[in-house]
Structures are given as structure tokens and as C-alpha cells.
Design a protein around this ligand. Structure first.
Ligand SMILES: C[S@@+](CC[C@H](N)C(=O)[O-])C[C@H]1O[C@@H](n2cnc3c(N)ncnc32)[C@H](O)[C@@H]1O
Length: 222
């Protein structure tokens, strides 16, 4: 009886593209420690990748390009409290240089406003603030002179230019076994993200895994 009710409810939800699924049934649940989040797929995948980094003892620091109010960065800072976390953002929204390219290529309108944030606000929500290094301004210029190795990088700048520049800068500095998450790979509002990933991977003979989270993240591993 219960099975029938479950099947019935599932079919109604599935018609609305909402799915009830048993996830990670055979995974040791003690390794899952982030709060449940609206974007279940994105955060569970992050946990699994971070868990691999831990289990394999992969060294290196972390970075996010496109921090905005710090929702995703906060998770990174929580997962690896002892590793440096580089925070790259203008903290004033998109740069006009990137928007020009977006419009020329019909990638996006570039008119989403991400200016309602600040370095102070982002740092105030970081539990391990002492390991956060803020690189405020236009990326990739803000990476100049920085030499480090990375175990995890999140590219969430939405636009073609900073995403491609992020791949070009971080992939050579990624530790073997490390990950780069590129958000918006399958986001129809920001098709430049997809182009940047395809272009970089084709030029360098790399593969990637697309995952079904809200923005459609692509994951590159080394
Ligand atoms: C979608 S938001 C990031 C969301 C964030 N990761 C989160 O967890 O909520 C995109 C951010 O990318 C930043 N950004 C886009 N292009 C940039 C560039 N060339 N240099 C620095 N920051 C950039 C914007 O300022 C904006 O804050």
C-alpha cells in the first residue's frame, strides 16, 4: 500500500520535474556534513569531491572566482578550515569589459546586478576568516603575481571571459586529483560559460563531467 502511495506521489511530482530519489544509499553518511540546501545536487557533489580530496591527501589551497555574497565560498571555508581560500570578485558586479564581449557574442545581456555586496559582509560570514585572502577587482588582473597550488576551484563568474581566464589560470596550478567546478555550464541565461568550457577543454584535450544542479555545473578533474 505504502509503495503504491509513494509511486503515485512520485509520478505527480515527476510531471513537474521534481524527483524523490534515494541518494548515496551506500555512502558512509558520516562524510556528509553540510546543511541540506535547495541545490541538493550541487552541494552533495561538492561534498563527495571534497571527501575524495581528503581521503587521497591531496594538498593545495582553494579559490572562488565570482563570490558575490559568499554563499558557496562559505561552504568551502567550512569544509577545509585550515586551507587558504582566495576570494576573487569585483564586489561591485560585472565589469563593462566583460559585458561588451557578452553582448557581441549574444552570450548574455550582462544586466544582472551583483553590486549589493561587500568584502566586509562576505568576511563576516566566514567561520575561518584568517584563511581568507580577498582579491578585489577585475579578474584575471587580480591574479597577477599570485603563485600557489590548488585542490579546489569554483568558477562562478557567469560570463565567458572571466571563466575562460579562470580555466587558463587555475588548471595549470591544480594539484593532480583536484577539481574545478564551473557553474552555469547548462544555464541558458549565460551560454558563454558553456563556450568557455568547451573551448578550453578542446584546446587542451580535456574531458569534463556535467552535473544536473540548478545552474548546470561542469566539473574538470586532473
Ligand atoms: C553569480 S555571482 C557569484 C555567486 C556566488 N558564487 C554564490 O555562491 O552566491 C557572479 C559574481 O561574479 C563576479 N564577477 C564576474 N566577472 C568578474 C570579473 N571579471 N572579475 C571579478 N569578479 C567578477 C560578479 O561581481 C558577481 O559577484
Amino acid at each position: 500500500m505504502l509503495k503504491k502511495i509513494f509511486k503515485f506521489i512520485s509520478s505527480i511530482l515527476a510531471a513537474k520535474h521534481l524527483y524523490i530519489t534515494k541518494s548515496l544509499e551506500y555512502f558512509d553518511k558520516k562524510d556528509l556534513f553540510l546543511d541540506l540546501n535547495m541545490d541538493y545536487v550541487r552541494y552533495r557533489t561538492l561534498e563527495l569531491c571534497m571527501s575524495e580530496i581528503k581521503k587521497k591527501g591531496i594538498q593545495g589551497n582553494m579559490a572562488e572566482v565570482g563570490v558575490y555574497k559568499g554563499s558557496f565560498s562559505e561552504k568551502l571555508n567550512k569544509i577545509f578550515p585550515d586551507r587558504k581560500l582566495y576570494l576573487f570578485d569585483t564586489f561591485e558586479g560585472f565589469d563593462v569589459k566583460d559585458i561588451v564581449v557578452e553582448k557581441e557574442n549574444n552570450y548574455s545581456t550582462g544586466d544582472q546586478d551583483f553590486s549589493d555586496t561587500s568584502v566586509e559582509f562576505v568576511l563576516s560570514r566566514m567561520k575561518n576568516r584568517e584563511n581568507c585572502i580577498v582579491r578585489k577587482g577585475f579578474f584575471p588582473a587580480t591574479a597577477e603575481g599570485l603563485e600557489d597550488k590548488f585542490c579546489f576551484v569554483s568558477l562562478d563568474a557567469d560570463l565567458y571571459q572571466p571563466i575562460l581566464a579562470g580555466l587558463e589560470y587555475f588548471y595549470p596550478r591544480l594539484e593532480p586529483g583536484g577539481y574545478i567546478f564551473i557553474h552555469d555550464f547548462n544555464n541558458q541565461q549565460y551560454v558563454g560559460a558553456r563556450d568557455a568550457v568547451i573551448k578550453f577543454c578542446s584546446a587542451n584535450g580535456l574531458g569534463f563531467v556535467p552535473i544536473p544542479d540548478i545552474g548546470g555545473t561542469a566539473i574538470i578533474s586532473k
